[in-house]
Write a protein that binds this ligand. Sequence first.
Ligand code: 5GP
Ligand code: ZN
Length: 117
Amino acid sequence: MDENCIFCKIIKGEIPSNKVYEDEYVLAFKDLHPVTPVHVLIIPKIHIQDLEHVDETNSVYTQKCQEAFKKVASECGVAESGYRVICNCGEDGGQEVKHLHYHLLGGQKLGTKIVHE
Ligand code: 5GP
Ligand code: ZN
């Protein structure tokens, strides 16, 4: 855990969050500033900075995040309608919080473009 990381603080319960799903490895909670009707953040329950810091010692956590996506989608009512999962990494990827997280977006049609022109 990183003492200065806001997502580590959310995991420890020091900052409140609107939880959607939780297990031993994963926490999922609603984004504070949703950009779609359904906007949930799925995070590993250990501090991994970003995708560049995933390796054989911690990849069980990313695997469990992957397994959580459909559970979150089902919980939020978008399993049938569909959704998008985004993971920003580093400066050019637009990552603001330096604790690995996946955005699950849905509840509206998102179209086919994944990059703003
Ligand atoms: P990033 O740009 O790093 O991929 O996304 C960070 C996300 O975390 C943003 O969508 C932002 O709204 C969300 N966020 C930042 N701080 C908090 C917080 O304290 N609580 C919650 N629920 N979401 C947060
Ligand atoms: Zn952290």
